[in-house]
Design a protein around this ligand. Structure first.
Ligand SMILES: *[C@@H]1O[C@H](CO)[C@@H](O)[C@H](O)[C@H]1NC(C)=O
Ligand SMILES: *[C@@H]1O[C@H](CO)[C@@H](O)[C@H](O)[C@H]1NC(C)=O
Ligand SMILES: *[C@@H]1O[C@H](CO)[C@@H](O)[C@H](O)[C@H]1NC(C)=O
Ligand SMILES: *[C@@H]1O[C@H](CO)[C@@H](O)[C@H](O)[C@H]1NC(C)=O
Ligand SMILES: *[C@@H]1O[C@H](CO)[C@@H](O)[C@H](O)[C@H]1NC(C)=O
Length: 406
């Protein structure tokens, strides 16, 4: 019963204070807990004091140009739970901007002009769980040091920040980080990201990823939601399949230029078929599989197109007027390679390569003949000249002696 009285008391106090009416004139305060000052086109945080019990402060949309160490203290808000300061022109976050806000749980700083955040700015906000920094295109992550210190932060949004890589120590001091959104950036490689062992959800969609390093699974063994859509991934390494398969019910691998070649067929596809897992990949090459789901392997088998090495399958190759004609070994299936295939491009190429070879040999021969002829002519001319001027010298020393004598 005592507990109940306590609760009632806590809820009553703000109502009594609210009756005194502490809400800046420019803001709307539907209750003592909420102050909505969005879109007021102010130049800084309203200077009027807010009620002490404001928990949910909306100062988004062209309200603020700065958030320095005294901004929030100056307006008397001491028990903030949520702050929305998105769509402002804030450049940097001072180390003490959120000092003393021990109940602060969620901060939205998206769509600002942030270039730098003091890494310890949220270190003394023990309740902080969510931080959005998305759409800050000038933001830089420190090289060789943590980006932020927070023991409690659970969700971090860094989408649309023009990031091109994630330095290894970036998330090292965020031991409770569970959800990381880094979509719509320019990240080409995601490796060596340390200190994210509690990460369960990672959104890297719309980046420039060309490869996926298995380090990401080693660093984040609990990863179960993985969005890799709209990157430049063309192949997967079969060694990471067991880990990738754990996330597969929620993994999004769409919008990548998957190469459905025989390597993929013999490794990743074989693994998946064996385990009845479908990654749902859509092929972008070879051309005949373009835009088809990779299950096309099931009927068509694999085909490396031009890269196929026919050398040990084929006995004779003849080219007649641009038609490549193959005579295959008996055990090489007829239906996969018809005897005569019209491939004008390749046929001509082979023919012209042969022509180049012959022409080169001819040219070398002509050159050799010319050199020999020149040598003979030179020798004749020399001996003629020597016969006119004096005795030919058999070696340099003798000539030297004879010229000294004269
Ligand atoms: C913050 O405000 C903006 C617009 O003013 C809104 O779009 C956004 O959803 C708000 N953020 C949160 C976390 O409520
Ligand atoms: C992955 O991200 C894309 C684009 O960012 C989104 O459309 C899609 O719904 C996400 N997939 C999952 C499974 O959440
Ligand atoms: C696949 O991953 C393993 C272990 O990470 C690595 O040793 C191997 O070189 C990779 N293979 C390819 C083709 O990248
Ligand atoms: C398929 O699984 C079986 C047993 O589960 C295993 O013996 C076999 O090597 C697997 N084949 C491939 C291609 O992974
Ligand atoms: C080359 O192949 C085409 C199509 O198969 C055929 O019509 C043509 O007669 C062939 N030409 C020669 C010289 O064999």
């Amino acid at each position: 019963m005592m507990l109940h009285f306590g609760e009632v008391f806590v809820h009553l106090v703000p109502i009594i204070l609210d009756a005194r009416g502490q809400c800046p004139t420019q803001c709307r305060c539907p209750s003592s807990y909420v102050a909505n000052c969005a879109s007021l086109a102010l130049s800084k945080v309203p200077t009027d004091r807010f009620g002490r019990h404001v928990q949910n402060l909306d100062i988004s949309d062209k309200v603020l140009v700065s958030l320095d160490e005294t901004s929030l203290r100056d307006i008397g808000v001491v028990s903030l739970v949520q702050v929305n300061a998105s769509r402002n022109l804030i450049n940097d976050i001072h180390e003490e901007a959120f000092l003393g806000q021990s109940k602060l749980q969620a901060v939205d700083l998206s769509s600002n002009s942030l270039t730098y955040i003091e890494p310890k700015a949220f270190m003394r906000n023990p309740s902080l769980e969510r931080l959005s920094l998305s759409n800050n295109k000038l933001l830089t992550l420190p090289e060789g040091g943590p980006f932020l210190y927070s023991k409690s932060l659970r969700v971090l949004e860094l989408s649309n920040c023009d990031l091109s890589h994630i330095p290894p120590d970036t998330f090292q001091k965020l031991p409770n980080l569970q959800e990381l959104q880094i979509s719509h950036n320019k990240i080409g490689m995601l490796y060596n990201v340390q200190g994210v062992e509690h990460l369960t959800a990672l959104d890297v969609s719309h980046n420039y990823l060309r490869g996926l390093d298995s380090d990401i699974f080693t660093a984040s063994p609990k990863l179960i939601h993985l969005n890799l859509s709209f990157n430049k991934l063309s192949a997967l390494n079969v060694t990471m399949m067991p880990q990738l398969a754990k996330a597969i019910s929620t993994a999004d691998l769409s919008g990548n230029p998957w190469v459905c070649d025989c390597v993929m067929f013999n490794t990743v596809y074989a693994w998946c078929r064996n385990k009845s897992v479908d990654l749902g990949l859509v092929c972008s090459s070879p051309p005949k599989f373009k835009d088809k789901p990779w299950t096309v392997y099931e009927n068509a088998g694999c085909d490396d197109g031009e890269n196929t090495d026919f050398a040990d399958l084929v006995e004779t190759v003849t080219i007649v007027d641009g038609n490549l004609s193959l005579r295959s070994h008996d055990n090489y299936a007829q239906q996969t390679m018809p005897d005569s295939v019209p491939i004008p491009m390749q046929g001509q190429q082979v023919t012209s390569n042969l022509n180049y070879f012959h022409i080169s040999i001819g040219l070398v021969a002509v050159l050799l003949c010319l050199l020999t002829a020149a040598g003979v002519v030179w020798y004749r001319l020399r001996s003629l000249t020597l016969r006119r001027t004096g005795p030919a010298c058999s070696d340099v020393e003798m000539c030297h002696l004879s010229s000294n004598n004269t």
